[in-house]
Design a protein around this ligand. Sequence first.
Ligand code: ATP
Ligand code: MG
Length: 346
Amino acid sequence: MEVRVSGVRKEFDRFPALHDVSLDINSGELIALLGPSGSGKTTLLRLIAGLETPTDGKVFFGDEDASLKSVQERNVGFVFQHYALFRHMTVIDNVGFGLKVRPGANRPSKEEIRRRSSELLDFVQLSGLEKRYPAQLSGGQRQRVALARAMAIEPRVLLLDEPFGALDAKVRKELRRWLREIHDKTQHTTVFVTHDQDEALELADRVVVMSQGKIEQVGTPDEVYDRPNSPFVYSFIGESSSLDVSIQSGTIHLGDKALDLKSEQADGKGVLYFRPHDVELLGGSEARISGVVIASRRVGATRRVELEIDGTESRVEIEIPADHPAKVGSPLAFLPKHWRVFGKSA
Ligand SMILES: Nc1ncnc2c1ncn2[C@@H]1O[C@H](COP(=O)(O)OP(=O)(O)OP(=O)(O)O)[C@@H](O)[C@H]1O
Ligand SMILES: [Mg+2]
């Protein structure tokens, strides 16, 4: 285990930014912290870096309590959300900076710093730009310099806070692939913050989904997408549709109608969640979720249909084959192939 966050709480002036957060980060793993704005991602990253101290709980590096270690001693490489390179230093001096400011005995020679810095620039595919100043680079090139600079100190852990946040979608996509390749080569333990689900799902070995200062779920991209464990994760990752239902003797009911869906949950009210594309159209309306088409539009290879559910005022969206007519006003019935019910209070 590389980093262990154990029961951490962080308050700012009594405002709890993190509540009881625990997370194990394995050596060599690329982990994404994913959550909406204000969910505590940056705060958690800064606590790992040692730039903040927990109000409660501990952070361990290996077996050692990191609260006894300074930011330098933790040996982390950090790329900030809105990162500024040193404007008056060339690209190569920016990369070598962390080595140059090391205390005497640990500081490599000038030549060694230069050699390592240009090796890293080569690695991030920026050779030839050594003598440029940050103002003479594109946004994507600057972030690559920032990453080379964070890696120069041979960090134990790389912490990246939305490193590509300010860049346009196409460049982001390229850098995302590139970062994954770099990670596969270097095997640095990396914690990557993003509020972009595609970025997290494509890039990470494991995704940590955060909401309101809490960890909602930790899992592989497949696990958090295919088996969301809370209504928040269902709606935050991928698309979801939901309907108010009740559970009566192991069967899910929509109003008075028993659906052909079984649940082991206790009787009571709940909300049924499913993916709009993960449904099966069925004839008849008995034991099905049935409704009337309110809107229908062609989206790429499929058709998106909004249904008003019989006997309710609820509307849900489903995705069906493009060749289905789905005329407005016509009846349609379906059942989700995969789904989950969460208790009403959850
Ligand atoms: N220094 C601070 N003083 C007071 N409150 C803070 C401080 N830093 C963060 N907060 C609060 O803690 C909460 C979590 O903030 P944090 O920056 O960790 O969110 P985030 O998930 O990184 O959001 P974003 O995606 O917008 O960067 C927010 O409500 C924020 O206002
Ligand atoms: Mg942030």
